[in-house]
Design a protein around this ligand. Sequence first.
Ligand SMILES: [Zn+2]
Length: 153
Amino acid sequence: MFIATWIPGGPLPALVAGVASHLALDAIPHGDAGIGHWVHSSPNHITKLQRLLPMVFVDQILGAGVFFLLLSSPLFHSIGFWTLLAGAFGSILPDYLTGIRDLLPKPPRWLESIHRLHEKCHYRGKEHFTILTGLIFQSLLVGLFILISFRVI
Ligand SMILES: [Zn+2]
């Protein structure tokens, strides 16, 4: 949504910029590795779904809450709703595609290619976070951006 305020051209460039921002930010350690290992170490498909779907559900609710909160921010008043939605959607699209790929028994080749690109963008060094400290780090960043968007700081 922040990037969508700088990119001219409406929803499509905002969507592309959102996807690019996701891939760029994945290169920074952010504490998701432990969750990924936990999900991918599932002994079977049912357990994988039982681990993945509640997290996805909570993530979507929180993401939608932050999106609608930010819509009322003065920073975004001059930007169209569809542009902001496209930017926000683009920023989570790589994770949706990887999630769909993970759930399909035999994903199509184009989806595998996108998934491999997504994986290549991920930070692969020493993990600096536990799941808890990663969640705290990400929550603090989201809170900081909310405060900035409402010009509190
Ligand atoms: Zn990602």
